[in-house]
Design a protein around this ligand. Structure first.
Ligand SMILES: NC(=O)c1ccc[n+]([C@@H]2O[C@H](COP(=O)([O-])OP(=O)(O)OC[C@H]3O[C@@H](n4cnc5c(N)ncnc54)[C@H](OP(=O)(O)O)[C@@H]3O)[C@@H](O)[C@H]2O)c1
Length: 244
């Protein structure tokens, strides 16, 4: 794994991923995209010259279309190895009688439409990474797309109801992941949906059983092990396969 692009990298799991990669010297180049860099992310970029902060509100589809050229300027003919569509939003538990159309639309825009549009924009440079590493096994040494999903997006595992905006947007992201895995198979790009576990972040809350470091190290172990046969799977941070 040489170059990574992580969305929503200013806090939570996204920031945890940047910290992991810099601390363990796991990446040649890291693109941390966010709406507004946090102090912690800015400090990391001052300490690690291979960390590039790019401004990206994932709902700005014009900017999404332009981001590939910004990334390309840095990675050159080596392309981009790992895209992690991590930025996400949720609403509090929403029962049918309380759900609002605006919540459904916002969750769908950030959690589903943005990852699809960003993957579309970066597809040519993911392909470049596959070609530049033609001697390597199919997987993260060449190119992978990780869509940060959630177990709440699983239809099979939904036994509590509610959460309409979040569940629907992540189920739709799972559907997109499956389509991407089929469409990008010919390019030898592996695509997987990943559930990070229930993690202590602003989104996961204080009662979550997992800390960011445990989830993130599991996520990268799982990414590193991805093979061609894993494309189109829905995996948990520890590599366990989940039901759609
Ligand atoms: N934590 C969990 O237990 C859990 C469980 C399952 C799945 N997940 C998934 O894991 C991912 C990361 O979650 P987290 O726990 O780290 O959440 P978090 O702490 O709430 O962080 C969310 C991140 O997404 C960014 N974001 C939201 N809207 C954005 C937009 N329009 N443009 C750019 N960035 C935007 C936020 O940036 P701002 O600071 O600018 O808002 C922030 O960096 C999400 O996709 C989430 O659905 C989390």
């Amino acid at each position: 794994m040489k170059s990574f692009l992580i969305t929503g990298a200013n806090r939570g799991l996204g920031l945890g991923m940047v910290k992991y990669l810099t601390k363990n010297n796991k990446a040649r180049i890291i693109f941390a995209t966010c709406r507004k860099p946090s102090e912690e992310l800015t400090k990391l970029s001052q300490e690690h010259k291979n960390l590039h902060i790019l401004n990206l509100d994932v709902t700005n589809f014009t900017k999404i279309g332009e981001i590939a050229s910004e990334v390309s300027k840095v990675v050159g003919s080596q392309g981009l190895n790992v895209l992690i569509n991590n930025a996400g939003v949720t609403t509090k538990f929403t029962k049918l009688q309380l759900v609002k159309a605006e919540q459904l639309l916002e969750n769908l825009t950030v959690n589903t439409i943005a990852p699809i549009m960003l993957t579309k924009s970066l597809h040519p440079i993911l392909k470049q990474a596959v070609e530049a590493n033609s001697d390597k096994m199919i997987g993260a040494q060449r190119a992978v797309v990780i869509n940060m999903s959630s177990i709440l997006g699983s239809i099979a595992l939904n036994d509590q109801g509610g959460f309409y905006p979040y569940r629907c947007s992540k189920a739709a992201l799972n559907a997109a992941t499956k389509s991407m895995s089929i469409d990008l198979k010919k390019d030898q790009i592996v695509v997987a949906a990943l559930h990070p576990g229930w993690v202590k972040t602003d989104m996961g809350g204080k009662n979550a059983p997992l800390d960011v470091d445990t989830s993130v190290s599991g996520i990268f172990n799982t990414i590193e092990k991805l093979k061609e046969a894993d494309s189109g799977k829905f995996l948990q941070y520890d590599g366990t396969e989940l039901a759609w």
